[in-house]
Design a protein around this ligand. Structure first.
Ligand code: NAD
Length: 261
């Protein structure tokens, strides 16, 4: 329970990797604000389960990460109800797969807003209070696509490469204040985000579903197995430990060797 008394705000945490972060941090005693969309009853059940895990409060925000005003209201609410975030994880993200000449312009705008601008907004809104306290952890879920590109993901790759730029810059700005800023870069994790990209990848590459899974997704991972959300969450937990205070401005890979190739 090394996070007892700490508050964590995790965007995009109603499913997949974000929910795994929330569970890992709550299991160490943190009060958590979860965020994202989904079935109201399922989200309420997850929220209650988080309170059971932590023995602290868990609250849910449906703030839309493509809306800067909603991000600001979410941080204010977290501060009022749980305390200013000690840990902020910008995790909400979406994916669209399409050749660039057919890429819908509105998808580019939406992905930049959710995947890249929202971590920037979250950071500018939480880092001041962290600096005042002299302790803080800001984490972005980037991707192996912050290091290597894949075709048909021009917007996704651009946003994930961009996160490293924000993390390195703010790491330098906050280095003397006990605040670290890092990216975690998973390889393919079997979540709704990956499942949703399969039909577009089938179309873009002229492949069957099985071929996409074997020849695109698993083929990228030398370990030939998907990364688990819980494995990614354990990385975030480590970054929250005091022993990790010298890791800042880093991009930590958990990708089955993908980017080693
Ligand atoms: P997911 O689809 O399971 O979860 C995405 C979460 O973001 C959900 O909670 C969803 O409700 C929320 N969300 C989506 N749009 C939102 C918006 N406008 N406002 C607020 N919340 C919103 O996906 P995941 O795979 O767990 O992805 C989480 C992060 O991990 C993303 O940033 C993704 O790019 C990154 N990532 C995923 C993989 C992978 O293989 N799954 C690999 C590397 C990085």
């Amino acid at each position: 329970m090394f996070l007892k008394g700490k508050t964590a705000l995790i965007t995009g945490s109603t499913s997949g990797i974000g929910l795994a972060y929330a569970k890992a941090l709550a299991a160490e005693g943190a009060s958590v604000m979860i965020n994202g969309f989904g079935d109201a009853e399922e989200i309420e059940a997850e929220r209650k389960a988080l309170e059971d895990l932590s023995g602290a409060r868990a609250v849910y925000s449906d703030a839309d990460m493509s809306d800067p005003a909603a991000i600001e209201a979410m941080v204010e609410r977290c501060t009022d109800e749980l305390g200013a975030p000690d840990i902020a994880i910008a995790n909400a993200g979406i994916q669209h797969v399409s050749p660039i000449e057919e890429f819908p312009v509105e998808k580019w705008d939406q992905m930049l807003a959710i995947n890249l601008s929202s971590p920037w907004h979250l950071t500018r809104l939480v880092v001041g209070a962290m600096k005042e306290k002299g302790w803080g952890r800001i984490i972005y879920t980037a991707s192996a696509h912050s290091i290597v590109a894949s075709p048909f993901k021009s917007a996704y790759n651009a946003t994930k490469f961009g996160l490293g730029g924000i993390a390195k810059t703010v790491a330098l700005e906050a280095a003397r204040d006990g605040v670290t800023v890092n990216c975690i870069s998973p390889g393919y994790v079997w979540t709704p985000l990956i499942e949703k990209q399969i039909p577009d990848t089938m179309k873009a590459r002229g492949m069957t579903r099985e071929q996409v899974i074997e020849e695109v997704l698993l083929a990228a991972l030398p370990t030939k197995k998907f990364v688990m959300p819980e494995e990614v969450a354990s990385f975030a937990l480590y970054l929250c430990r005091d022993e990790a205070s010298q890791i800042t401005g880093a991009n930590l890979s958990m990708d089955g060797g993908w980017t080693a190739q």
